[in-house]
Design a protein around this ligand. Structure first.
Ligand SMILES: Nc1ncnc2c1ncn2[C@@H]1O[C@H](COP(=O)(O)OP(=O)(O)OP(=O)(O)O)[C@@H](O)[C@H]1O
Ligand SMILES: [Mg+2]
Length: 260
């Protein structure tokens, strides 16, 4: 592993070099990979204020598989976007993989996210003009700039193989089914070796068989030690998680399950 990162008190991660897909530096054993305290995300002010999430506190252990469930508008996507570093909270504190990200500047946050989080979207978000393998390679290119072209290709082929799409490398998204596109999405999320995968309804646009196949890939990632937080409306899929976070009206209502 040729990577070093130092977390300073101001929460800024100082990464000096990244040459491998080894997961980003670990927080000390036993600490949470995600530590959210009183996270609140509000848009607008006064009477016009829209509350996305209010006072959400949650610890996610390293290697844990956590499902977020709840009715439409409950704040699931808002919370997931905060944890993934796509969005920043209005207030509250958030430490992910040892780094405080709630006040991090947007450009730093983007760089941090590339190294630390793999994201799977409900509607895949593959770039339509890039082939399957190019979509996967791009994740490495953005997150780990010093990785050479051949190494990027090698790891991307490996990731596509891992999701059962070894033969689809040169296909464009439009030439693949939804299930296949989402498997490329999972390959892209895991190829950088990020310690955290956040998936917002990754099976929401898929039929049962394809949804189950994509979910199985996420379970496999969790089994290998990646922390996975996923949103679902499917209670069977939620039932596979170590813990289930129930959201209601922007708040964490109850948290079910869990090892002590
Ligand atoms: N950019 C935004 N500006 C204003 N309000 C927003 C914004 N994004 C989300 N909201 C509001 O925050 C609340 C929570 O939305 P969120 O998307 O997190 O719900 P959700 O639980 O993911 O719902 P769904 O199951 O339909 O995806 C909703 O009331 C929504 O209207
Ligand atoms: Mg949502």
């Amino acid at each position: 592993m040729v990577r070093s990162a130092v977390d300073r008190d101001d929460g800024v991660m100082n990464t000096t070099s990244v040459l491998t897909a080894t997961p980003a530096p670990m927080a000390p054993t036993g600490t949470a990979l995600v530590a959210a305290r009183d996270l609140t995300r509000i848009w607008g002010k006064g009477d016009a204020a829209q509350v996305g999430v209010a006072d959400a506190s949650l610890d996610v252990r390293r290697g844990e598989l956590v499902a977020i469930v709840g009715p439409s508008g409950a704040g699931k996507s808002t919370l997931a976007a905060l944890i993934a570093g796509i969005d920043r909270p209005t207030s509250g504190s958030l430490v992910v993989n040892g780094t405080r990200i709630d006040r991090m500047k947007i450009d730093r946050l983007a760089a941090w996210r590339g190294e630390n989080v793999g994201i799977v979207f409900q509607d895949f978000h593959l770039l339509p003009t890039l082939t399957a393998i190019e979509n996967v390679e791009l994740a490495i290119e953005l997150a780990q700039r010093s990785t050479g072209r051949r190494e990027r290709r090698r790891r991307s082929i490996e990731a596509l193989d891992a999701v059962g799409l070894g033969g689809y490398a040169r296909r464009l998204p439009a030439q693949m089914s939804g299930g296949e596109q989402q498997r490329v999405g999972v390959a892209r999320a895991m190829v950088t070796g990020a310690p955290l995968i956040v998936a917002d309804e990754p099976t929401g646009a898929l039929d049962r068989a394809n949804g189950d196949a994509v979910h199985a890939l996420l379970l496999d990632q969790a089994r290998r030690g990646t922390t996975v937080v996923f949103i679902t409306h499917d209670l069977d899929l939620a039932g596979t998680a170590d813990r289930v976070v129930h959201m209601l009206d922007g708040r964490i209502d109850t948290i079910e399950g869990g090892r002590s």
